[in-house]
Design a protein around this ligand. Structure first.
Ligand code: THU
Length: 157
């Protein structure tokens, strides 16, 4: 028997260690939380997607009384970005979450379904997608989705 070990690189930083583009993307994600529809969980999530043509598309979670029918902020933003600019690579996605009017202390981390969708966009455009996960206490900076999704499923196997 042998063991497979996976290495993931996640930089833990504060906002002073980010550049202006990255800080701005976080601000857009934070702002997008204000328009989330989250009456069931109370967790308002915002995502901002920076495209290779410098467009920024934001989205937020949209819940539904039939719970599985809702959609996370990351997928709302990414699908809309891909719907508007199908030929443009996704460069970076920033995510923030707000509970009872306050941003979370810890960074919010994308669910498995969103990680899979981010992976698809990374493969589709053959371009690494940076992921910035905002928390008041710390920010996670991830250089590519495979750091969050080891042994991922892809149709190219
Ligand atoms: N949610 C997101 O929008 N993104 C995440 O990364 C995790 C979870 C949403 C889904 C649901 O509306 C609420 O947060 C609680 O799970």
């Amino acid at each position: 028997m042998r063991t497979l070990n996976f290495r993931a690189k996640i930089r833990v930083c504060n906002d002073k260690e980010l550049n202006q583009t990255e800080k701005n993307l976080i601000d857009v994600a934070k702002e997008a939380t204000e328009r989330a529809y989250a009456p069931y969980s109370g967790i308002k999530v915002g995502a901002a997607v920076l495209l290779a043509n410098n467009e920024i598309i934001s989205g937020n979670n949209q819940e539904n009384a039939a719970y599985p029918s809702g959609l996370c902020a990351e997928r709302t933003a990414l699908f809309y970005a891909n719907a508007r600019f199908p030929d443009v690579a996704v460069d970076t996605i920033a995510v923030a979450a707000c509970v009872k009017g306050d941003f979370t202390n810890e960074p919010i981390t994308p669910c498995g379904g969103c990680r899979q969708v981010i992976l698809e966009a990374q493969i589709r455009y053959n371009h690494p997608i940076q992921i910035i996960l905002y928390g008041k206490k710390k920010i996670y900076f991830v250089e590519k989705i495979t750091d969050l999704l080891p042994l991922c499923f892809s149709s190219t196997i």
